[in-house]
Design a protein. Structure first.
Lengths: 287, 524
């Protein structure tokens, strides 16, 4: 693949401003929807459409440039560093919700139960409320519920995500060895496992809402459970979609054994999603 | 110089008019966009401050109703923090970091454009709430629940505007880190980088680590209000204090995000006008890194009165005081740089000197606030307002002004009007003290912040403070005029601009051509 010597500096692009307008419409739409205005959802979906058009257009340009040999190794390194720091910012986003979970379990709930110097507060405001986990608080917000067990579906989902980590590694090695059919099948298996995970989680949510009365509004337990697993599920969906894109590119013959940042960026993202799940499984489901 | 620039412009075929600015991927264009946006927001946020000071000119309720007053305090803070100070520093980074490290542009130019254009979108979203019947957000920029959950229709606009600002900041920070780590000219080792580049590198790390946490915090507010979660509700097992912990885990590093690049600017300006290399370069780098590290373990000093275990109070008190050590190192080094230098006092140097002196005052009042038992008296009084305005106005904002005067000739190719610059400095430096110094006194005497009315014993100091604020506010129109006239014309600037200036940015023509360092320079 021919590589130019100088660092590639693009001259002008329409996609970023399209993306900014799309985000504006999306956020305006969401805000007006929450305020109960009828045109809100229309605006929000228009925003989503514009953002999707932007993503397709922008990535097509970048993929075209990459396959055309525009990028030298220094550009490749910029992409790697950029993706690394993007993933770190995502880690910090999850850290906020994990922080909320730990704070609730280690501080808020014990204090409501009268620990530390809160004996009289407990006696006066929440008589009889004890520090337990899971809990929906002294007000029993959301009513009687059944907590989610760690074994069963969540354990199966853990196995599914961990196996998808293995299949993407197999695909990566195949790409390096220029074994394209193993690469394609490895990627196919990975995103299929990803979508299977999301499907099972949707089933789990349905079961929680219908059969267990465990909802987003089930006190602090329901809040942390659904926010953490929900945002994770969103990231799995996004990651699996990225995998599909990479898979299509592989089918088209993109990537070479030593030039495949697009593949690696998605693989890193997939491993990140995987590791977050392990944290979730341990702290949300298990302990 | 201008011919060189013209030939560069020529072979480029970039679009003209509005499309140039909408689609640009050039770091200098984007830097200009950021700076102009920030200056606009500075004036908008400043006008809100003047509404506040006009109401506080006398005790009693005169001009605005208390609800609107609260909207003004909230919007003033949000606009100044996220719309004026932060974008100004990102603009400076865009313009100067590639020039200072000998890079052809930012590492990810298209992303750079996106980071900028998200910002006006965010502030349109936030600003339009002023027109709502139920008004703009009014619960303070810290958005504490449960109060903030009473916000009217403006609430989701506030939350999503903060999300957009966060996206913009994180993408901008990623770009800056990648540029600095990957685009330095050959031979420019990390410990050869100009200090402005170093402070921005560390600032960018802070941004990436804390902006997503803010996003998480406001997302929880959103779900608490609209989707029935109980994160900040004791009845459901949550805790409103938890929001404060998460918010300030973002909020304290945020404070350093707004001051570290100013440290960098001052560390460029003082050596130039003292005509001596920066004293203790390595220790400056290590001090910056230490401040950044410490910023992650001091957040609860914003919440001493809210209730926390004694061990927590002690830990956060002592860790906060530790910050004085690396900050002291920096102040010492700036002073030592000037020691026996051949100093001249052009406008950038004046702003830098005022920065060193007045920021130190703000630092000292910070130390007073750090003492947990004493903070019970100071908390939520005007003493706090005086403290953070001393570090933000003659701190961060003066840092930005020093930078603008310092690099304006490089950007425009003209010298600004030195007389008017000096006049702007003296008006600002005097009025900023008239505005904020008396606030220490009313604060110590117990005047609460965010209140549109006050007891009569605070009247005199408030009147002085308001007079100072109006002088300061209108002086900034002079700043706008100086920048505008410098962009239009004036005495031609040389490449080096300042006699004592050193660094790669002074080796390119003034004005800097559209593209610089297409082939990297060689650093000895």
């Amino acid at each position: 693949m021919a590589q130019s010597q100088a660092y590639y500096v693009p001259h002008g692009s329409n996609w970023p401003i399209v993306g900014a307008v799309g985000l504006f419409l999306l956020m305006l739409g969401l805000s007006t929807t929450l305020n109960g205005l009828g045109f809100g959802p229309v605006l929000a979906w228009t925003g989503v459409a514009v953002v999707v058009v932007m993503l397709v257009g922008w990535f097509s340009t970048v993929i075209g440039e990459s396959e055309g040999g525009t990028y030298n190794q220094q550009v490749d390194r910029s992409f790697r560093m950029g993706m690394t720091w993007f993933i770190i910012s995502e880690v910090m986003f999850f850290a906020a919700f994990f922080g909320a979970l730990f704070y609730a379990r280690q501080m808020a709930v014990p204090w409501l139960g009268g620990e530390s110097n809160n004996f009289f507060t407990n006696l006066l405001l929440y008589p009889g409320y004890e520090n337990t986990w899971p809990t929906n608080g002294p007000g029993a917000i959301g009513g009687e519920y059944e907590p989610m067990a760690a074994l069963g579906l969540p354990a199966l989902n853990t196995a599914i995500l961990l196996s998808s980590g293995v299949t993407i590694t197999i695909a990566h090695h195949a790409l390096k060895d220029n074994n394209r059919s193993v690469l394609n099948w490895g990627l196919f298996a990975t995103f299929m496992l990803g979508f299977l995970f999301v499907t099972l989680q949707a089933y789990e949510y349905h079961h929680a809402y219908e059969a267990m009365n465990l909802k987003l509004s089930t006190g602090i337990y329901g809040s942390t459970f659904f926010m953490l697993t929900g945002f994770h599920g969103l990231h799995v969906t996004l990651g699996a979609t990225m995998l599909v894109v990479i898979w299509v590119r592989c089918l088209k013959g993109h990537f070479t054994p030593n030039h495949h940042f697009g593949f690696e960026g998605v693989a890193w993202y997939w491993h990140f999603v995987d590791v977050v799940w392990l944290g979730l499984y341990i702290f949300v489901y298990w302990l | 110089m201008s011919t060189a620039a013209a030939t560069h412009e020529h072979h480029d075929h970039h679009p003209t008019g509005i499309m140039r600015w909408l689609t640009t991927t050039n770091h200098k264009d984007i830097g200009t966009l950021y700076l102009v946006f920030s200056l606009t927001m500075f004036l908008v946020g400043g006008s809100m401050a003047l509404v506040i000071r006009a109401e506080l000119f006398q005790p009693g309720l005169q001009l605005v109703d208390p609800g609107f007053f609260n909207q003004m305090t909230t919007m003033h803070a949000l606009i100044m923090v996220f719309g004026a100070i932060m974008p100004a520093f990102v603009g400076l980074a865009n313009w100067m970091v590639p020039l200072m490290i000998g890079a052809p542009d930012m590492a990810l130019p298209r992303l750079n454009n996106w980071s900028f254009w998200i910002l006006p979108m965010a502030f349109s979203l936030l600003g339009m709430t002023l027109l709502f019947p139920s008004g703009a957000p009014a619960a303070g920029w810290t958005m504490y629940p449960p109060l903030v959950l009473q916000t009217g229709d403006a609430f989701p606009f506030l939350i999503f505007a903060v999300h957009l600002m966060g996206i913009s900041s994180v993408l901008g920070a990623i770009n800056i880190i990648v540029t600095i780590m990957n685009m330095r000219a050959p031979g420019m080792g990390l410990l050869k980088m100009p200090l402005f580049v170093w402070t921005w590198l560390i600032t960018a790390y802070l941004l990436i680590l804390v902006m997503p946490v803010l996003a998480g915090a406001v997302t929880m507010l959103l779900t608490d209000k609209y989707f029935g979660t109980s994160f900040f509700q004791a009845a459901g097992g949550g805790d409103p204090v938890m929001f404060q912990h998460i918010f300030w885990f973002f909020g304290h590093p945020e404070v350093y995000i707004m001051i570290l690049p100013a440290f960098g600017v001052v560390s460029q300006v003082i050596p130039t006008f003292a005509r001596k290399p920066l004293f203790g370069y390595d220790s400056m780098v290590y001090a910056t890194a230490s401040i950044a590290f410490l910023s992650f373990i001091v957040w609860a000093h914003h919440m001493f009165t809210v209730g926390m275990p004694l061990a927590g109070q002690l830990f956060f008190m002592f860790s906060t005081m530790l910050i004085a050590v690396p900050t002291g190192v920096k102040v010492f080094n700036w002073v030592a740089t000037m020691w026996k230098g051949s100093m001249t006092f052009e406008t950038p140097m004046l702003f830098a000197l005022a920065f060193v002196f007045l920021f130190t005052i703000g630092g000292f009042s910070g130390l007073m606030l750090a003492i947990a038992p004493a903070d019970l008296q100071y908390h939520d009084t005007y003493f706090v307002v005086a403290h953070f305005h001393y570090v933000l106005v003659p701190g961060a904002a003066f840092g930005i002004m020093a930078a603008v005067y310092y690099w304006l000739p490089k950007w425009t190719g003209h010298m600004y009007n030195e007389k008017l610059g000096k006049l702007h400095f003296w008006l600002s430096a005097i009025s900023v003290n008239v505005t904020f110094f008396p606030q220490h006194f009313v604060g110590l005497a117990g005047m609460p912040r965010r209140i549109p009315d006050y007891s009569t014993q605070f009247a005199d100091f408030n009147m002085i403070s308001s007079v100072g604020a109006f002088v300061f506010g209108f002086s900034q129109l002079l700043f706008v005029y100086v920048i505008w006239s410098c962009a239009r014309g004036g005495q031609k600037a040389t490449d080096q601009v300042w006699e004592g200036a050193e660094g790669l940015e002074w080796t390119v023509p003034s004005p800097a051509p559209h593209h610089t360092f297409d082939t990297p320079p060689v650093i000895r």
